[in-house]
Design a protein around this ligand. Structure first.
Ligand code: PLP
Length: 246
């Protein structure tokens, strides 16, 4: 199974300490918040080191990388797919990642149906989904418009219908804008505030209690103060990532 060399003792210690430091900060604010360790571009040996320390929730951004890692790492890891989902790739996720726990970046009905239909066809386990909301209105960000909710409601209705077999709607996700995430710590993040508003509307209308996936290394504490239930932290645990195309 394992095709990689284990991390050094020093690296194992460093990862466990970094993870613990984040957990302590989370616990001071709200111990119920789920921490997803974002391991994109980092080696399987790093993931295994944290796994051995008891960590189960990991986040990945690239389908091929997630497929490869999920095949060589323990099957009880709870993988979160948090990358941009291209049409067609949803099938690979549903087919090849048995222990896919959640897809946090659903932003179209078409991709959502691909994921559901493929998972049904291969007889896989249920997948939790978060709908991605573009709260900042930035063009380069994916996700549903947070001001016009028609399209978003269309997908909510699909997910709650009998037509949908293998997906479970559990929450909303956003990536805050850079400017909002780098404001002073007392500043209320406007992106997170918008996500909370969308949750309130949907909860009320469809009798839900949606989770909120918001907050990364720079802004997870602020996100928790504003109601986040799921934070996605990468570089503060694993160290800085090289630029993707380096
Ligand atoms: C990379 C990434 C993260 C983690 O970012 P860090 O700043 O390294 O903590 C969280 N969420 C998404 C969607 C990401 O792509």
């Amino acid at each position: 199974m394992a095709t990689f060399v284990e991390a050094t003792e020093q690296r194992k210690l460093e990862l466990a300490e970094n993870y613990q430091a984040i957990i302590e900060k989370i616990n001071r604010l709200n111990p119920k918040v789920n921490l997803v360790a974002v391991s994109k571009i980092k080696p399987s040996s790093d993931i295994k080191a944290l796994y051995d320390a008891g960590v189960r929730h990991f986040g990945e951004n690239y389908v091929q990388e997630l497929v490869a890692k999920s095949q060589e790492l323990p099957k009880d890891i709870k993988w979160h797919f948090i990358g941009g989902l291209q049409s067609g790739k949803a099938k690979d996720l549903a087919k090849h990642v048995e222990s896919l726990y959640a897809v946090e970046t659903i932003d179209s009905l078409k991709k959502c149906k691909q994921l559901d239909n493929t998972r049904e066809r291969v007889g896989g386990t249920e997948i939790n989904v978060f709908l991605q909301i573009n709260t900042s209105g930035e063009d380069q960000k994916s996700g549903y418009n947070s001001d016009v909710l028609d399209e978003l409601e269309e997908i909510v209705k699909y997910l709650l219908s009998d037509e949908c077999k293998k997906l479970k709607l559990i929450g909303l996700m956003t990536i805050g804008s850079f400017s909002e995430s780098t404001e002073s710590s007392s500043h209320e993040n406007q992106d997170f505030k918008k996500l909370v508003q969308v949750k309130q509307i949907l909860d009320e209308k469809y009798k839900l209690d949606l989770e909120l996936s918001m907050g990364m290394s720079n802004d997870f504490e602020q996100a928790i103060k504003q109601g986040s239930t799921n934070v996605r932290v990468g570089s503060s645990i694993f160290g800085a990532r090289p630029p993707r195309n380096a």
